[in-house]
Write a protein that binds this ligand. Structure first.
Ligand code: BG6
Length: 463
Protein backbone atom coordinates (compact mmCIF):
# COMPACT_ATOMS: atom_id res chain seq x y z
CA UNK A 1 0.00 0.00 0.00
CA UNK A 2 1.22 3.41 -0.94
CA UNK A 3 1.82 5.86 1.92
CA UNK A 4 -1.25 8.06 2.42
CA UNK A 5 0.93 11.17 2.22
CA UNK A 6 2.17 10.35 -1.28
CA UNK A 7 2.05 13.61 -3.25
CA UNK A 8 -0.02 13.22 -6.40
CA UNK A 9 0.16 16.36 -8.47
CA UNK A 10 0.88 18.14 -11.69
CA UNK A 11 3.53 20.68 -12.66
CA UNK A 12 4.07 23.94 -14.55
CA UNK A 13 6.76 26.61 -14.86
CA UNK A 14 6.28 30.36 -14.53
CA UNK A 15 7.30 31.45 -18.04
CA UNK A 16 5.40 28.60 -19.66
CA UNK A 17 2.02 29.19 -18.06
CA UNK A 18 1.75 32.66 -16.51
CA UNK A 19 1.71 35.17 -19.34
CA UNK A 20 1.27 38.72 -18.06
CA UNK A 21 4.87 39.17 -19.14
CA UNK A 22 4.92 42.94 -18.64
CA UNK A 23 2.30 43.22 -15.91
CA UNK A 24 2.55 43.65 -12.16
CA UNK A 25 6.05 45.09 -12.32
CA UNK A 26 7.62 42.02 -13.96
CA UNK A 27 10.81 42.86 -15.84
CA UNK A 28 11.93 40.95 -18.98
CA UNK A 29 13.63 37.60 -18.72
CA UNK A 30 16.17 36.28 -21.18
CA UNK A 31 13.36 34.34 -22.88
CA UNK A 32 11.30 37.49 -23.53
CA UNK A 33 14.29 39.20 -25.03
CA UNK A 34 15.45 36.25 -27.13
CA UNK A 35 12.03 35.25 -28.49
CA UNK A 36 10.97 38.83 -29.24
CA UNK A 37 14.25 39.68 -30.91
CA UNK A 38 14.19 36.60 -33.10
CA UNK A 39 10.50 36.95 -33.84
CA UNK A 40 9.68 33.50 -32.49
CA UNK A 41 6.49 32.25 -30.88
CA UNK A 42 6.62 33.42 -27.28
CA UNK A 43 5.00 33.07 -23.89
CA UNK A 44 3.78 36.68 -23.59
CA UNK A 45 0.34 35.35 -22.68
CA UNK A 46 1.22 31.67 -22.24
CA UNK A 47 -1.83 30.01 -20.60
CA UNK A 48 -2.89 33.25 -18.91
CA UNK A 49 -2.41 31.63 -15.52
CA UNK A 50 -1.43 35.08 -14.21
CA UNK A 51 -5.06 36.11 -14.46
CA UNK A 52 -6.72 32.72 -14.04
CA UNK A 53 -4.73 31.04 -11.29
CA UNK A 54 -7.81 30.76 -9.06
CA UNK A 55 -9.71 28.85 -11.71
CA UNK A 56 -6.65 26.65 -12.33
CA UNK A 57 -6.22 25.81 -8.66
CA UNK A 58 -9.93 25.12 -8.34
CA UNK A 59 -9.54 22.66 -11.22
CA UNK A 60 -6.59 21.03 -9.46
CA UNK A 61 -8.76 20.52 -6.43
CA UNK A 62 -11.55 19.10 -8.55
CA UNK A 63 -8.96 16.83 -10.17
CA UNK A 64 -7.99 15.33 -6.80
CA UNK A 65 -4.50 16.87 -6.68
CA UNK A 66 -2.60 16.74 -3.41
CA UNK A 67 0.22 18.98 -4.64
CA UNK A 68 1.10 21.57 -7.27
CA UNK A 69 4.64 22.03 -8.55
CA UNK A 70 5.29 25.50 -9.96
CA UNK A 71 8.13 27.97 -10.17
CA UNK A 72 8.66 31.52 -8.96
CA UNK A 73 9.72 33.99 -11.63
CA UNK A 74 12.85 35.82 -10.53
CA UNK A 75 11.98 38.72 -12.92
CA UNK A 76 8.66 39.15 -11.10
CA UNK A 77 10.27 39.27 -7.70
CA UNK A 78 13.52 41.22 -8.09
CA UNK A 79 13.43 44.37 -10.18
CA UNK A 80 17.09 45.04 -10.89
CA UNK A 81 20.71 44.11 -10.24
CA UNK A 82 20.64 46.18 -7.03
CA UNK A 83 18.17 43.65 -5.67
CA UNK A 84 15.10 45.90 -5.24
CA UNK A 85 12.03 43.83 -4.50
CA UNK A 86 8.80 44.12 -6.51
CA UNK A 87 5.98 43.92 -3.95
CA UNK A 88 3.35 43.17 -6.57
CA UNK A 89 5.31 40.15 -7.74
CA UNK A 90 5.83 39.01 -4.15
CA UNK A 91 2.09 39.30 -3.56
CA UNK A 92 1.26 37.32 -6.69
CA UNK A 93 3.03 34.24 -5.33
CA UNK A 94 1.51 34.74 -1.87
CA UNK A 95 -1.84 34.59 -3.65
CA UNK A 96 -0.95 31.37 -5.47
CA UNK A 97 0.43 29.71 -2.36
CA UNK A 98 -2.53 30.81 -0.22
CA UNK A 99 -4.97 29.59 -2.83
CA UNK A 100 -3.24 26.21 -2.89
CA UNK A 101 -3.29 25.90 0.89
CA UNK A 102 -6.93 26.96 1.06
CA UNK A 103 -7.75 24.12 -1.32
CA UNK A 104 -5.68 21.51 0.53
CA UNK A 105 -2.94 21.48 -2.13
CA UNK A 106 0.71 21.34 -1.11
CA UNK A 107 2.82 23.96 -2.92
CA UNK A 108 6.01 22.39 -4.31
CA UNK A 109 8.10 25.39 -5.25
CA UNK A 110 10.98 25.73 -7.72
CA UNK A 111 13.15 28.82 -7.42
CA UNK A 112 14.51 28.77 -10.96
CA UNK A 113 12.81 27.26 -13.97
CA UNK A 114 14.92 29.00 -16.63
CA UNK A 115 13.57 32.57 -16.63
CA UNK A 116 16.72 34.46 -15.75
CA UNK A 117 16.15 38.24 -15.57
CA UNK A 118 17.55 39.86 -18.72
CA UNK A 119 19.48 42.33 -16.54
CA UNK A 120 21.63 39.38 -15.41
CA UNK A 121 21.85 37.89 -18.89
CA UNK A 122 23.27 41.25 -19.95
CA UNK A 123 26.08 40.65 -17.47
CA UNK A 124 26.97 37.27 -18.95
CA UNK A 125 24.25 35.09 -17.41
CA UNK A 126 25.04 31.88 -15.59
CA UNK A 127 28.56 31.78 -17.00
CA UNK A 128 29.44 34.48 -14.43
CA UNK A 129 30.02 34.14 -10.69
CA UNK A 130 28.15 37.37 -9.99
CA UNK A 131 24.90 35.70 -11.10
CA UNK A 132 25.52 32.79 -8.79
CA UNK A 133 25.75 35.20 -5.83
CA UNK A 134 22.67 37.12 -7.00
CA UNK A 135 20.68 33.90 -7.12
CA UNK A 136 21.41 33.22 -3.46
CA UNK A 137 20.18 36.72 -2.53
CA UNK A 138 17.00 36.12 -4.54
CA UNK A 139 16.53 32.77 -2.78
CA UNK A 140 16.84 34.53 0.58
CA UNK A 141 13.99 36.92 -0.31
CA UNK A 142 11.83 33.92 -1.25
CA UNK A 143 12.68 31.99 1.92
CA UNK A 144 11.88 35.03 4.08
CA UNK A 145 8.59 35.68 2.32
CA UNK A 146 7.19 32.20 1.83
CA UNK A 147 9.18 30.09 4.29
CA UNK A 148 6.36 29.75 6.79
CA UNK A 149 3.97 28.44 4.13
CA UNK A 150 6.10 26.26 1.85
CA UNK A 151 7.57 22.92 2.89
CA UNK A 152 9.09 21.70 -0.39
CA UNK A 153 11.69 23.82 -2.17
CA UNK A 154 13.77 23.05 -5.24
CA UNK A 155 16.70 25.25 -6.18
CA UNK A 156 16.85 24.53 -9.91
CA UNK A 157 14.83 22.86 -12.57
CA UNK A 158 17.09 20.87 -14.89
CA UNK A 159 20.41 22.71 -14.86
CA UNK A 160 21.75 20.30 -17.49
CA UNK A 161 19.02 20.98 -20.00
CA UNK A 162 19.19 24.73 -19.45
CA UNK A 163 22.95 24.98 -19.74
CA UNK A 164 23.51 22.59 -22.63
CA UNK A 165 20.63 24.01 -24.65
CA UNK A 166 21.73 27.60 -24.12
CA UNK A 167 25.50 27.33 -24.27
CA UNK A 168 26.30 24.21 -26.30
CA UNK A 169 23.39 23.10 -28.49
CA UNK A 170 22.47 26.76 -28.94
CA UNK A 171 18.74 26.22 -29.46
CA UNK A 172 17.81 28.14 -26.27
CA UNK A 173 18.98 31.60 -25.23
CA UNK A 174 21.69 32.82 -25.19
CA UNK A 175 21.98 30.58 -28.27
CA UNK A 176 25.73 30.01 -28.45
CA UNK A 177 28.07 27.05 -28.92
CA UNK A 178 30.81 27.68 -26.38
CA UNK A 179 32.18 24.77 -24.36
CA UNK A 180 34.14 26.96 -21.93
CA UNK A 181 30.98 28.87 -21.04
CA UNK A 182 29.03 25.61 -20.82
CA UNK A 183 31.46 24.40 -18.18
CA UNK A 184 31.36 27.69 -16.28
CA UNK A 185 27.57 27.93 -16.31
CA UNK A 186 27.24 24.30 -15.19
CA UNK A 187 29.66 24.85 -12.34
CA UNK A 188 28.10 28.10 -11.17
CA UNK A 189 24.63 26.61 -11.12
CA UNK A 190 25.83 23.70 -9.03
CA UNK A 191 27.71 26.10 -6.75
CA UNK A 192 24.58 28.26 -6.44
CA UNK A 193 22.67 25.11 -5.51
CA UNK A 194 25.13 24.38 -2.68
CA UNK A 195 25.20 27.99 -1.44
CA UNK A 196 21.40 28.10 -1.40
CA UNK A 197 21.23 24.85 0.54
CA UNK A 198 23.72 26.36 3.01
CA UNK A 199 21.54 29.45 3.37
CA UNK A 200 18.46 27.26 3.88
CA UNK A 201 20.23 25.51 6.76
CA UNK A 202 21.60 28.74 8.23
CA UNK A 203 18.13 30.28 8.20
CA UNK A 204 16.87 27.15 9.98
CA UNK A 205 14.05 26.80 7.50
CA UNK A 206 11.37 24.27 8.20
CA UNK A 207 10.90 21.95 5.30
CA UNK A 208 13.15 20.37 2.75
CA UNK A 209 15.26 21.49 -0.14
CA UNK A 210 16.16 19.56 -3.27
CA UNK A 211 17.16 19.91 -6.89
CA UNK A 212 15.26 18.81 -10.01
CA UNK A 213 17.14 16.95 -12.71
CA UNK A 214 16.27 15.98 -16.30
CA UNK A 215 16.97 12.33 -15.73
CA UNK A 216 18.11 10.20 -18.63
CA UNK A 217 18.82 6.70 -17.31
CA UNK A 218 21.60 5.21 -19.42
CA UNK A 219 21.10 2.02 -21.42
CA UNK A 220 23.62 0.43 -23.80
CA UNK A 221 23.02 -1.16 -27.19
CA UNK A 222 25.02 -4.23 -26.12
CA UNK A 223 27.25 -5.57 -23.35
CA UNK A 224 30.63 -4.88 -24.94
CA UNK A 225 33.40 -3.09 -23.06
CA UNK A 226 33.35 -0.23 -25.62
CA UNK A 227 29.65 0.29 -24.93
CA UNK A 228 30.21 0.24 -21.17
CA UNK A 229 32.91 2.91 -21.44
CA UNK A 230 30.63 5.02 -23.66
CA UNK A 231 27.82 4.53 -21.12
CA UNK A 232 29.96 5.85 -18.27
CA UNK A 233 30.85 8.94 -20.28
CA UNK A 234 27.21 9.42 -21.24
CA UNK A 235 26.18 9.05 -17.59
CA UNK A 236 28.65 11.80 -16.64
CA UNK A 237 27.34 13.96 -19.47
CA UNK A 238 23.64 13.42 -18.76
CA UNK A 239 23.38 12.74 -15.05
CA UNK A 240 26.38 12.49 -12.75
CA UNK A 241 27.59 16.07 -12.83
CA UNK A 242 24.22 17.13 -11.43
CA UNK A 243 23.33 14.21 -9.20
CA UNK A 244 26.76 13.33 -7.75
CA UNK A 245 27.45 17.01 -7.18
CA UNK A 246 24.13 17.92 -5.52
CA UNK A 247 23.60 14.69 -3.57
CA UNK A 248 27.10 13.46 -2.73
CA UNK A 249 28.88 16.80 -2.94
CA UNK A 250 31.35 15.39 -5.48
CA UNK A 251 31.85 16.45 -9.08
CA UNK A 252 32.83 13.30 -11.04
CA UNK A 253 36.63 13.39 -11.04
CA UNK A 254 37.05 11.46 -14.30
CA UNK A 255 34.94 14.09 -16.01
CA UNK A 256 36.89 16.99 -14.52
CA UNK A 257 40.18 15.45 -15.56
CA UNK A 258 39.05 15.03 -19.19
CA UNK A 259 37.76 18.62 -19.27
CA UNK A 260 40.94 19.89 -17.64
CA UNK A 261 43.02 18.70 -20.61
CA UNK A 262 41.34 21.16 -22.98
CA UNK A 263 39.58 23.85 -20.98
CA UNK A 264 40.39 26.40 -18.32
CA UNK A 265 39.06 25.26 -14.94
CA UNK A 266 41.00 27.83 -12.89
CA UNK A 267 37.77 29.69 -12.09
CA UNK A 268 36.81 26.80 -9.75
CA UNK A 269 38.11 27.66 -6.28
CA UNK A 270 39.02 25.39 -3.38
CA UNK A 271 36.32 26.97 -1.20
CA UNK A 272 33.74 26.26 -3.92
CA UNK A 273 34.51 22.55 -3.76
CA UNK A 274 34.20 22.73 0.02
CA UNK A 275 30.82 24.46 -0.19
CA UNK A 276 29.63 21.80 -2.64
CA UNK A 277 30.90 19.01 -0.42
CA UNK A 278 29.22 20.33 2.72
CA UNK A 279 25.83 21.39 1.42
CA UNK A 280 23.92 18.58 -0.17
CA UNK A 281 20.20 18.32 -0.86
CA UNK A 282 17.48 16.57 1.15
CA UNK A 283 15.68 15.07 -1.83
CA UNK A 284 16.02 14.77 -5.56
CA UNK A 285 13.38 15.53 -8.15
CA UNK A 286 13.68 13.44 -11.29
CA UNK A 287 11.99 14.59 -14.48
CA UNK A 288 11.57 11.55 -16.68
CA UNK A 289 10.59 11.70 -20.33
CA UNK A 290 12.86 9.01 -21.83
CA UNK A 291 15.99 6.95 -21.32
CA UNK A 292 19.22 7.58 -23.26
CA UNK A 293 20.14 4.57 -25.41
CA UNK A 294 23.90 4.72 -25.98
CA UNK A 295 26.39 3.28 -28.44
CA UNK A 296 30.15 3.86 -28.70
CA UNK A 297 31.43 6.94 -30.53
CA UNK A 298 32.43 6.19 -34.13
CA UNK A 299 33.66 9.33 -35.85
CA UNK A 300 32.95 12.95 -36.76
CA UNK A 301 32.44 16.18 -34.86
CA UNK A 302 30.11 16.74 -31.91
CA UNK A 303 26.51 17.11 -33.10
CA UNK A 304 23.74 18.02 -30.65
CA UNK A 305 20.53 18.33 -32.61
CA UNK A 306 17.18 18.25 -30.86
CA UNK A 307 13.91 18.26 -32.74
CA UNK A 308 12.09 21.40 -31.59
CA UNK A 309 9.82 21.43 -34.62
CA UNK A 310 7.69 18.31 -34.24
CA UNK A 311 6.27 16.30 -37.11
CA UNK A 312 7.92 18.32 -39.88
CA UNK A 313 11.32 17.38 -38.43
CA UNK A 314 10.53 13.91 -37.06
CA UNK A 315 13.64 11.72 -37.00
CA UNK A 316 16.06 14.66 -37.21
CA UNK A 317 17.42 14.45 -33.63
CA UNK A 318 21.07 13.45 -33.42
CA UNK A 319 23.45 13.46 -30.47
CA UNK A 320 27.15 12.68 -30.95
CA UNK A 321 29.69 13.77 -28.36
CA UNK A 322 33.09 13.53 -30.02
CA UNK A 323 35.27 10.87 -28.43
CA UNK A 324 32.61 10.07 -25.80
CA UNK A 325 29.43 8.43 -27.12
CA UNK A 326 26.51 8.53 -29.56
CA UNK A 327 22.81 8.41 -28.70
CA UNK A 328 20.41 6.16 -30.62
CA UNK A 329 17.14 7.75 -31.79
CA UNK A 330 16.00 5.03 -34.21
CA UNK A 331 15.73 1.85 -32.22
CA UNK A 332 13.45 -0.32 -34.43
CA UNK A 333 11.80 -1.87 -31.34
CA UNK A 334 10.72 1.48 -29.89
CA UNK A 335 8.07 4.07 -30.57
CA UNK A 336 8.83 7.77 -30.62
CA UNK A 337 6.67 10.88 -30.34
CA UNK A 338 6.55 13.42 -33.17
CA UNK A 339 9.37 15.23 -31.32
CA UNK A 340 11.63 12.12 -31.30
CA UNK A 341 11.11 11.28 -27.62
CA UNK A 342 11.22 7.53 -27.09
CA UNK A 343 8.32 6.04 -25.13
CA UNK A 344 9.93 3.71 -22.64
CA UNK A 345 8.23 3.29 -19.22
CA UNK A 346 10.58 0.52 -18.11
CA UNK A 347 13.35 3.14 -18.21
CA UNK A 348 11.60 4.91 -15.35
CA UNK A 349 11.50 1.76 -13.21
CA UNK A 350 15.17 1.00 -13.85
CA UNK A 351 16.20 4.64 -13.53
CA UNK A 352 14.55 4.95 -10.11
CA UNK A 353 16.13 1.71 -8.92
CA UNK A 354 19.59 2.82 -10.09
CA UNK A 355 19.26 6.28 -8.59
CA UNK A 356 17.96 4.98 -5.28
CA UNK A 357 20.69 2.36 -4.97
CA UNK A 358 23.35 4.91 -5.76
CA UNK A 359 22.11 7.86 -3.68
CA UNK A 360 19.63 6.51 -1.12
CA UNK A 361 17.70 9.77 -0.63
CA UNK A 362 13.98 10.43 -1.15
CA UNK A 363 12.91 10.79 -4.77
CA UNK A 364 10.04 12.76 -6.26
CA UNK A 365 9.16 12.26 -9.91
CA UNK A 366 8.78 15.96 -10.56
CA UNK A 367 7.82 15.71 -14.25
CA UNK A 368 6.52 12.97 -16.49
CA UNK A 369 4.22 13.33 -19.44
CA UNK A 370 3.76 13.12 -23.17
CA UNK A 371 3.05 15.65 -25.89
CA UNK A 372 0.60 15.34 -28.74
CA UNK A 373 -0.92 17.57 -31.35
CA UNK A 374 -4.52 18.01 -30.18
CA UNK A 375 -7.45 20.04 -31.41
CA UNK A 376 -9.10 21.59 -28.36
CA UNK A 377 -11.33 23.98 -30.28
CA UNK A 378 -14.43 21.74 -30.34
CA UNK A 379 -17.32 21.48 -27.90
CA UNK A 380 -16.33 17.99 -26.82
CA UNK A 381 -13.29 17.60 -24.61
CA UNK A 382 -10.22 15.88 -26.02
CA UNK A 383 -10.30 12.12 -25.51
CA UNK A 384 -6.55 11.59 -25.00
CA UNK A 385 -6.41 7.84 -24.56
CA UNK A 386 -2.78 7.84 -25.76
CA UNK A 387 -1.80 10.04 -22.82
CA UNK A 388 -3.76 7.89 -20.36
CA UNK A 389 -1.99 4.80 -21.65
CA UNK A 390 1.40 6.51 -21.37
CA UNK A 391 0.79 7.80 -17.83
CA UNK A 392 -0.69 4.53 -16.64
CA UNK A 393 2.41 2.62 -17.75
CA UNK A 394 4.76 5.13 -16.13
CA UNK A 395 2.89 5.23 -12.83
CA UNK A 396 2.90 1.44 -12.86
CA UNK A 397 6.71 1.59 -13.23
CA UNK A 398 6.90 3.87 -10.17
CA UNK A 399 4.64 1.67 -8.08
CA UNK A 400 6.82 -1.35 -8.95
CA UNK A 401 9.94 0.57 -7.92
CA UNK A 402 8.33 1.50 -4.60
CA UNK A 403 7.36 -2.12 -4.04
CA UNK A 404 10.97 -3.06 -4.69
CA UNK A 405 12.17 -0.68 -1.98
CA UNK A 406 12.72 2.71 -3.60
CA UNK A 407 11.71 5.72 -1.52
CA UNK A 408 9.56 7.60 -4.04
CA UNK A 409 7.31 10.10 -2.27
CA UNK A 410 5.48 11.94 -5.02
CA UNK A 411 4.59 12.14 -8.68
CA UNK A 412 3.85 15.20 -10.83
CA UNK A 413 2.45 15.04 -14.33
CA UNK A 414 3.80 17.51 -16.84
CA UNK A 415 1.69 19.48 -17.30
CA UNK A 416 -1.24 20.81 -15.34
CA UNK A 417 -2.63 22.52 -18.42
CA UNK A 418 -1.49 23.07 -22.00
CA UNK A 419 1.22 25.69 -21.99
CA UNK A 420 4.08 27.21 -23.94
CA UNK A 421 6.74 24.63 -24.79
CA UNK A 422 10.20 26.16 -25.18
CA UNK A 423 10.84 26.77 -28.90
CA UNK A 424 8.02 24.37 -29.83
CA UNK A 425 5.35 26.97 -29.21
CA UNK A 426 1.82 26.13 -28.02
CA UNK A 427 0.99 23.23 -30.31
CA UNK A 428 3.12 20.75 -28.38
CA UNK A 429 0.44 19.95 -25.83
CA UNK A 430 1.12 18.12 -22.57
CA UNK A 431 -1.77 19.28 -20.41
CA UNK A 432 -4.42 17.34 -18.56
CA UNK A 433 -6.48 20.46 -19.06
CA UNK A 434 -6.68 21.71 -22.64
CA UNK A 435 -6.33 25.43 -23.27
CA UNK A 436 -8.12 26.97 -26.20
CA UNK A 437 -5.52 29.63 -26.92
CA UNK A 438 -7.64 31.06 -29.75
CA UNK A 439 -10.76 31.34 -27.66
CA UNK A 440 -10.09 33.43 -24.60
CA UNK A 441 -7.88 30.73 -23.02
CA UNK A 442 -10.88 28.60 -22.20
CA UNK A 443 -10.02 25.67 -19.89
CA UNK A 444 -11.20 22.27 -21.17
CA UNK A 445 -10.28 19.25 -19.08
CA UNK A 446 -9.33 16.23 -21.22
CA UNK A 447 -10.22 12.60 -20.52
CA UNK A 448 -6.82 12.20 -18.81
CA UNK A 449 -7.88 14.82 -16.22
CA UNK A 450 -10.80 12.65 -15.08
CA UNK A 451 -8.69 9.51 -15.26
CA UNK A 452 -5.98 11.10 -13.08
CA UNK A 453 -8.59 12.33 -10.58
CA UNK A 454 -9.42 8.68 -9.89
CA UNK A 455 -5.74 7.80 -9.56
CA UNK A 456 -5.19 10.59 -7.02
CA UNK A 457 -8.35 9.86 -5.05
CA UNK A 458 -7.67 6.13 -4.88
CA UNK A 459 -3.99 6.73 -3.99
CA UNK A 460 -2.88 4.82 -7.07
CA UNK A 461 -5.19 1.83 -6.62
CA UNK A 462 -6.82 2.32 -10.03
CA UNK A 463 -3.56 1.79 -11.97
C1 BG6 B 1 11.38 19.67 -19.11
C2 BG6 B 1 11.18 21.07 -18.61
O1 BG6 B 1 12.62 19.61 -19.70
O2 BG6 B 1 10.56 19.21 -20.11
C3 BG6 B 1 9.87 21.72 -19.01
O3 BG6 B 1 11.36 21.15 -17.23
C4 BG6 B 1 9.56 21.35 -20.43
O4 BG6 B 1 9.97 23.08 -18.79
C5 BG6 B 1 9.36 19.83 -20.49
O5 BG6 B 1 8.49 22.01 -20.99
C6 BG6 B 1 8.99 19.32 -21.84
O6 BG6 B 1 9.90 19.76 -22.80
P1 BG6 B 1 9.40 20.46 -24.11
O7 BG6 B 1 10.63 20.90 -24.83
O8 BG6 B 1 8.69 19.40 -24.85
O9 BG6 B 1 8.52 21.58 -23.68
Amino acid sequence: MLDKNFLWGTATASYQCEGGWNEGGRVPSLWDEYLHKNNLENGDNASDHYHRYKEDIRLMKEGGHKAYRFSLAWPRIIKNREGDVNQEGIQFYHNIIDECLKNGIEPFVTLFHWDLPQYWEDKGGWAEREVCDAFVRYAQVCFEEYGNKVTFWSTFNEPRYYVFSGYKIGNYPPGVDDTQKTIQASFYMMLANALTVRLFREMKMDGQIGIVHSYAPIFGVDNSLETKIAMRKADNYFNNWILDTAIKGEIPIDMLSILNEKYDLCFMKVEDFEAIKQNTVDFVGLNYYARALIKPYTDGETILRINNKGKEAKGSSKVVVKGWFEQVFDNPDSTYTEWDTEIYPQGLYEGIMQAYKKYGIPIYITENGVAFYEDVSGEKSVDDQGRIHFLNAHIDAILRAIEDGADVLGYFIWSTMDLYSWKNGHEKRYGLVGIDFENNFERKPKSSFYWYKKVCESNGATI
